[in-house]
Design a binder for this molecule. Sequence first.
Ligand code: XIL
Length: 299
Amino acid sequence: ESTLGAAAAQSGRYFGVAIAANRLSDSTYASIANREFNSVTAENEMKIDATEPQRGQFNFQNADRIYNWAVQNGKEVRGHTLAWHSQQPGWMQNLSGSALRQAMIDHINGVMAHYKGKIAQWDVVNEAFADGSSGARRDSNLERSGSDWIEVAFRTARAADPSAKLCYNDYNVENWTWAKTQAMYRMVKDFKQRGVPIDCVGFQSHFNSGSPYNSNFRTTLQEFAALGVDVAITELDIQGASPTTYAAVVNDCLAVSRCLGVTVWGVRDMDSWRSEHTPLLFNNDGSKKQAYNAVLNAL
Ligand code: XIL
């Protein structure tokens, strides 16, 4: 196969990309994105601050630009993200307790209703665990509203759109030996045992010198899949874009039957949130990097 998406489709998977609405008018960007990828995640446009800037007033203008571009070009869409401590609008940052709980529920219902039946996977909850060795939840206004906020979010999401796969998504959970990974594992195991609706776990996979790729990532994916959830690599970027590391990540996904696909977090290096890391698959002039060839060959 000659594109990432077509190559991934040979094994029933997708190869996706994060898209920024304001870059779709850049023809180099849009042509690469359309040619190579068959799944799309909005890099910022479906987040809470973008979709509900004032309480109860939803705005899907930029989210729909990405959604419509994706669907018109035959791509599936990952929804990102409904409940998160970051990129909350000001009005939500100022809420706590039961008022915040209700606002979270209303937000999930409002966004999921707009896209009902149209989203392959939703990142229902993002980044709820703390970094480091504690294995604790991250402190946030959502966590302080009651630690059951995560299961409330998933139950709300299931009722709002029963056709979407519901994912928990986080970073620094790729290394099986890390406390954060184990904490996330205990939560997913508990949810499955108690019937809290969860279908998938997203591993962001922002690899860099501080949190490098480790070959036990495959074990992590296998252990989560064994709990009865799908897994996905949702925001892949690798500092320096080592071709061997990119190939290893792809091979880890291919080795796990419940791995749905891989999403890279941007098109060209200049499009990356960490552009100084030159972490992506395309050069700024749109040419393919060595890492691109390594990924295509691995798929
Ligand atoms: C990042 C975007 O790439 C940036 O443009 C934005 O300024 C901040 O958020 N984890 C996530 C993503 O789940 O939503 C983040 O995206 C990167 C880390």
